[in-house]
Design a protein around this ligand. Structure first.
Ligand code: 16G
Ligand code: ZN
Length: 535
């Protein structure tokens, strides 16, 4: 490898001196004008990672998801479409913070040496980006570092985050028994639609669905899918709104899944009429929130917890109908933010085990892998259902003893293809929800009635140094500062059915406090008291 070539290329892509960058839960994410040098250096890391893994393709996604339009971000995807291995996050951080171009190359070579990476072997990286205009120059920065390291580079241009994860897995499994799908965007649509038709098994989706795309990449991509969709066959009539990607400044503005979840209200314009079924995607289409306006009680949100419970109940029923309840272990993975009522519903009503992990997709994904069928969703709408190879094999090979068993096995098999196995995917999850509602013949009201959420409040607290706040027990308790948790416990005890926790945000310089209690006013009061404790 040519050191001089890397140094020369690097001088075209400077980092901002004095700034400390950290590879966090969402990769590197910040104002787009700070990211040129960061993205160049991420290319170096991807070049190493690919070579470490015998030349398998590494994915790089350029997106800032639900952040404002001026931000952007860059994150690395491992060969099977999962998040970058944790140990390598630290290498990414070190590379990006190298103080000079010379020291950057020194660290790069040293890393290759320590990890026994043959720099002369071939490497491959594929990239996708959301609709942010800044993505174009960031891809150029990435292309420059890949050229300087002789790494094969394929630019898939504009994609949703889950599409890039899908393609990464497809590239690396092509021609093997584990082939995930055709290596193209068109292949993604045909895989999803074919599985959608199979999963419905002739049943029809009832009524229309309005999809708010946050004016992000989900809009054009959902439109691509719909061009190929046979609405006669499925009954699904989709109305796509907020799909304007030509005015970048309106990305995520007063719309999208993050807006709906954090404001607990529908997008103001256009607005759902009572009874209509709506959902929102976020800016890179990996989060999904459903909602409707009940003619009697008003706005009602069906968030990640609701999607998890819906999926878990349907899959558990199918597994029983297929005679697999003693053979396949089904589990649900949540974080501390899951509403306590949803956890109770899963454990007591569905009789399924619940595992709680720290916030961040990689933790949930990892825990889901320990089940034959692992349903994981964050309350914010990011999630998926993972099927183990054994589960998929069983659906295909078990001899059905009755038509009902055959039905169940075929639907389970179709779901395993419909639901994105690499990462949470709003478009794929949306089709899953539509399949389940169609099979259960449920309205939004039926879905909403399954359990009653505990009133809850999330507060953001500006603290001097968020790193002082360290947690244990999957973020449900503070270990530091010492004594803080005792004070929180003392407050919680004063309320019935209450729960509260504080944790440092992984994406902002702040602490988040969550509280739930039997009534709205008690939840608010408790959250405010705990906020004062951490302040
Ligand atoms: C990141 C995570 C998301 C999590 C959020 C929490 C991934 C891909 N994304 O966006 O899952 O909910 O961080 O943010 O893991 P916070 O730490 O600021 O509360
Ligand atoms: Zn997102």
């Amino acid at each position: 490898m040519d050191r001089e070539a890397i140094i020369t290329a690097s001088t075209q892509h400077n980092i901002i001196p004095g700034r400390v960058y950290k590879y966090g839960t969402a990769g590197f994410r910040m104002s787009a004008d700070l990211l040129d040098g960061v993205t160049f250096r991420v290319g170096l890391l991807a070049a190493l990672r690919s070579r470490k893994l015998n030349g398998q393709a590494i994915g790089v996604m350029i997106t800032a998801s639900h952040n404002p339009a001026v931000d952007n971000g860059v994150k690395i995807v491992d060969p099977l479409g999962d998040m970058l291995e944790q140990e390598w996050e630290a290498y990414a951080t070190n590379l990006v913070n190298a103080p000079s171009h010379g020291e950057l190359v020194e660290y790069f070579i040293k890393l290759a040496d320590t990890l026994k990476i043959d720099l002369a072997s071939p490497g491959k990286v594929i990239v996708g980006r959301d609709t942010r205009p800044s993505g174009i120059t960031l891809v150029t920065a990435l292309a420059d570092s890949l050229a300087a390291t002789n790494t094969t580079f394929v630019d898939y241009k504009i994609l949703t985050t889950p599409q890039l994860h899908y393609l990464t897995r497809c590239v690396n499994t092509a021609g093997t028994p584990g082939a995930y799908g055709e290596v193209s965007e068109a292949g993604y649509y045909s895989k999803l639609l074919e599985a959608f038709y199979r999963a419905l098994r002739g049943r029809k989706v009832s009524g229309g669905l309005t999809v708010d795309c946050a004016n992000g990449v989900g809009g054009p991509k959902l439109n691509e899918l719909l061009k190929r969709h046979d609405a006669q066959k499925t009954g699904l009539q989709v109305k796509v709104i907020n799909d304007d990607v030509l005015r970048p400044e309106i990305l995520n503005l007063d719309c999208g899944a993050d807006f709906v979840k954090t404001r607990q209200r529908a997008p103001p314009n256009p607005k759902p009429a009572p009874g209509e079924r709506w959902c929102s995607l976020d800016g890179d289409a990996d989060r999904l929130i459903y909602y409707w306006v009940d003619p009697d009680t008003g706005f009602f949100m069906l968030d990640g917890d609701r999607i998890a419970t819906l999926a878990a109940s349907f899959i558990a029923d199918l597994s029983r109908s297929a005679g697999l309840e003693h053979q396949l272990r089904i589990g649900v993975i949540q974080t501390a933010y899951a509403n306590g009522a949803s956890t109770k519903y899963i454990e007591q009503h569905l009789q399924l085990p619940v595992v709680c992990t720290p916030t961040g997709v990689k933790h949930l994904h990892h825990a889901a892998c320990s089940f034959d069928i692992g349903v994981y969703f964050e309350a914010n709408g990011h999630g998926t259902v993972l099927f183990s190879p054994t589960a998929v094999q069983t659906f295909k090979t078990k001899e059905p003893q009755s038509p009902a068993q055959k039905d169940a096995l075929d639907i389970l098999s179709a779901l395993a293809d419909l639901i994105n196995q690499t990462v949470g995917d709003a478009i794929s999850d949306m089709l899953m929800v539509e399949v389940i509602l169609a099979h259960k013949a449920w309205t939004m009201k039926d879905w909403a009635l399954t359990y009653k959420d505990l009133p809850n409040r999330l507060v953001r607290v500006e603290v001097g140094n968020k790193d002082l706040f360290q947690t244990t027990d999957a973020e449900r308790k503070l270990s530091h500062p010492v004594g803080c948790q005792d004070e929180i416990d003392k407050e919680v005890k004063k309320y019935t059915a209450a729960r509260s926790f504080a944790r440092a945000s992984g994406t902002e310089n702040a602490c988040r406090v969550y509280a739930e209690a039997a009534t709205r006013s008690e939840a608010d009061e408790l959250a405010n008291k705990v906020a004062v404790i951490v302040l």
